[in-house]
Write a protein that binds this ligand. Structure first.
Ligand code: AGV
Ligand code: CA
Length: 315
């Protein structure tokens, strides 16, 4: 058995953000020290409630505080996507035994993270599966936390020609988490933190497809697999061709990459980020840039098998 590692999660309330929280709570070698929720690809209130209810229902008795972010971005997410958290929050499986027990932290997310990092002697792995705003703000007011950070694992960025932002006044080269707050990416790039970048290169290999949904449906007698199936019923799968709404398991790949390293391939690259103009949020390869460990490939079938097993409550 490998030793347990401290992990702090900052997410933005999408379906795959909430599933990431659920799966982290199932990992034996993870000590989840806290959770921050930022209202980027979600509305804050349902995302906070859904997170706390997931800890209640699937946390196996773990005590984890959930902190609300008061950060604001530069480029807002489409409203349709932000609505998903309302549905997850309303699922009967999360509402069987009210009231909610898991505590909401009394500090905003970036300050809560600073407090939790300082409280632990051993360094913490940060998982950010939304924009980097809370981390950038934390580094600005408490630069000492850098030494408490083992590494940052971030779902964001891409070096592909086409990102996933399709918005007026943008050239389409950025990934959304970077685009929401490009200046925050720059602040984090300027730090000395080790960064694993789970970029679109690898997440493009794990679209939600109908065969995966069918597999979850067939195994829905397990309550954890049923929860996966219910949540991924909210978002559109890849059927005939990819659209701007097609759902990938971006954040879930990011989250499981911390434990199951054989599911992904990494290489070191140097990168800069554009923080303004028509390419804002674009990460670009450049010899003058900072080093990041780019996760550029994923083992699709092994990945879906792994998360389905991890989700099972009757093991
Ligand atoms: O760019 C991927 C990020 C991930 O953190 N999010 C969704 C994941 O949580 C934004 C996003 C891009 N395309 C989307 C997104 C889509 N079609 N639906 C919802 N969110
Ligand atoms: Ca996200």
């Amino acid at each position: 058995m490998s030793k347990s590692k401290n992990v702090y999660l900052n997410h933005d309330g999408g379906v795959d953000d909430l599933i990431s929280l659920f799966l982290l709570l199932q990992m034996e070698n993870v000590n989840l020290t806290g959770v921050g929720v930022i209202p980027a690809d979600c509305y804050l209130e349902p995302a906070m409630y859904a997170s706390r209810k997931i800890v209640d229902r699937f946390g196996n008795g773990k005590q984890v505080e959930v902190a609300a972010s008061n950060s604001r971005g530069k480029n807002p997410f489409p409203k349709d996507w932000r609505m998903h958290a309302f549905t997850v929050d309303a699922l009967p499986i999360l509402n069987e035994y009210p009231p909610v027990q898991t505590k909401e932290a009394d500090l905003p997310a970036h300050e809560h993270m600073i407090k939790v990092l300082r409280e632990h002697d051993l360094p913490t792995t940060l998982i950010f599966i939304g924009p980097l705003t809370d981390l950038a703000r934390a580094l600005q007011i408490a630069p000492d936390i850098e030494e408490k950070i083992e590494k940052l694992v971030w779902m964001g960025g891409t070096f592909l020609e086409k990102g996933n932002v399709e918005e007026p006044e943008h050239d389409g080269t950025a990934e959304w988490n970077a685009f929401w707050d490009p200046e925050a990416v720059k602040v984090v790039w300027d730090s000395n933190i080790t960064i694993d970048l789970v970029a679109l290169e690898s997440t493009n290999m794990v679209p939600l497809t109908l065969d995966v949904r069918q597999k979850w449906a067939s195994q829905r007698n397990d309550i954890g697999v049923d929860f996966l199936g219910q949540c991924y019923a909210i978002v559109p799968p890849l059927v005939h061709f990819q659209t701007n709404s097609t759902y990938f398991l971006w954040d879930v790949l990011t989250t499981v990459s911390i434990g199951k390293t054989n599911l992904v391939k990494k290489k070191t690259v140097k990168s800069i980020v554009h923080d303004s103009g028509a390419s804002q949020g674009k990460t670009e390869l450049s010899e003058s840039g900072r080093e990041v460990n780019l996760v550029y490939e994923a083992e699709r079938d092994a990945f879906f098998d792994y998360i389905t097993e991890l989700a099972k409550q009757d093991k």
